[in-house]
Design a protein around this ligand. Structure first.
Ligand SMILES: NC(=O)c1ccc[n+]([C@@H]2O[C@H](COP(=O)([O-])OP(=O)(O)OC[C@H]3O[C@@H](n4cnc5c(N)ncnc54)[C@H](O)[C@@H]3O)[C@@H](O)[C@H]2O)c1
Length: 333
């Protein structure tokens, strides 16, 4: 049984803890033995786990006792803590987005290589059964070549957003462009590869929060058109849209994960509709963490979600920001 330590026991840690609780009932492959959070109240009721309020103390005290560190900290701490943990001998599973910029993401990749530690960024969409079915369709060619694709990720958000409202400070979170839209950017890189160029129109709606509403075009140079829209500033939003469609030469798939409106269909050239909604219920955080822990236990590469691709997603976002800074100028990758 692997032993993990979780740092940052806030919002997203709840989803990780649910996955670890399921693994506890199943007898593995991993159990969380230690937690760290700067706020002592976040460490209450963690039966039997060793707890810390300081990251350096935890990393020093837990050397040799834990296999990996699960980094669920705010984004501005990802690179610093992941690098420190790998240098201290721990493997690292880190929440998305990988880092605040591409250089920090590359430093994380370099540290993983130099220390021989397994680093994976938790791009959880890759562990959803519906996304995997779409990836398989893109690869199998069953419906022909991809012609176009559309991604929507839009809604409102509550205040405060995270510890000290850090999500709302663009310098700490990268705004919706880095924090939320990266889910679709990682899917775009995974499904279609890195585009040749990008063009982004974006706005800062909430002062100081970075680009928080955007419309982005991805150019592949082969008549494949990909577009993604994202906005986390919509007041009184009741839809919380998380939808995508991919149009192939001989059909399309439409997938809507928005709460209360879930749908996933494959439509073939002759109009035959296959209802794939049954794939929407997968336990994706469990799948992600189980996959990572299994790779660590077996000494395998994290081929389903390599850190180099996560760094490419950050690079693409940086290009989008540069484009938005220049009113949608086309930026070559
Ligand atoms: N995969 C997903 O779908 C998903 C969803 C939400 C958030 N996230 C990502 O997860 C990360 C965390 O987001 P969140 O919503 O959990 O934020 P959060 O603010 O709710 O939680 C962060 C936790 O880290 C703790 N913390 C802050 N500074 C610390 C320090 N120096 N030492 C120890 N603990 C410290 C805070 O007390 C808090 O409990 C972000 O990078 C976010 O983008 C991913």
């Amino acid at each position: 049984m692997l032993k993990a330590g979780l740092i940052g026991n806030g919002g997203i840690a709840r989803s990780h803890n649910k996955a670890y609780a399921r693994m506890r009932t199943e007898g593995g492959p991993v159990a969380v033995e230690a937690y760290c959070d700067i706020r002592p109240e976040q460490l209450a009721g963690l039966d039997g786990a060793r707890t810390y309020t300081d990251i350096d103390t935890m990393l020093a005290s837990e050397q040799g006792r834990l296999d990996y560190i699960d980094v669920c900290l705010p984004t501005y701490l990802h690179a610093e803590v992941a690098v420190k943990a790998m240098r201290a001998g721990f493997h690292v599973l880190c929440e998305k987005p990988m880092a605040l910029n591409h250089e920090l993401a590359r430093e994380m990749c370099r540290t993983a290589l130099a220390t021989g530690r397994t680093l994976m960024v938790g791009h959880v969409n890759r562990f959803m059964d519906d996304r995997r079915a779409i990836r398989d369709l893109c690869r199998s060619g069953e419906l022909g070549r991809v012609r176009s694709a559309e991604f929507y990720r839009e809604g409102g958000s509550r205040e405060p957003m995270g510890y000290h409202n850090w999500f709302r400070d663009g310098k700490l979170s990268g705004g919706a462009m880095l924090d939320l839209h990266i889910h679709d950017v990682d899917l775009i890189v995974w499904l279609f590869g890195l585009p040749q160029a990008v063009s982004a129109a974006a706005a800062t709606v909430i002062p100081g929060s970075g680009y928080d509403a955007m419309s982005v075009n991805y150019f592949y140079g082969d008549r494949t058109f990909v577009h993604a829209g994202c906005d986390w500033t919509i007041r009184h939003d009741t839809f919380n849209t998380r939808a995508m469609r991919v149009n192939f030469e001989r059909g399309y798939v439409f997938c809507d994960r928005s709460p209360g409106r879930q749908a996933f269909v494959k439509v073939a050239e002759d109009g035959t509709v296959t209802d794939l909604a049954g794939l929407l219920g997968s336990d994706f955080f469990y799948n992600e963490i189980r996959y990572y822990a299994t790779c660590v236990a077996e000494g395998r590469e994290v081929a389903d979600c390599p850190p180099e691709q996560s760094a490419e997603a950050v690079r693409l976002i940086m290009a989008e920001m540069a484009s938005a800074d220049r009113n949608g100028a086309r930026i070559e990758l």
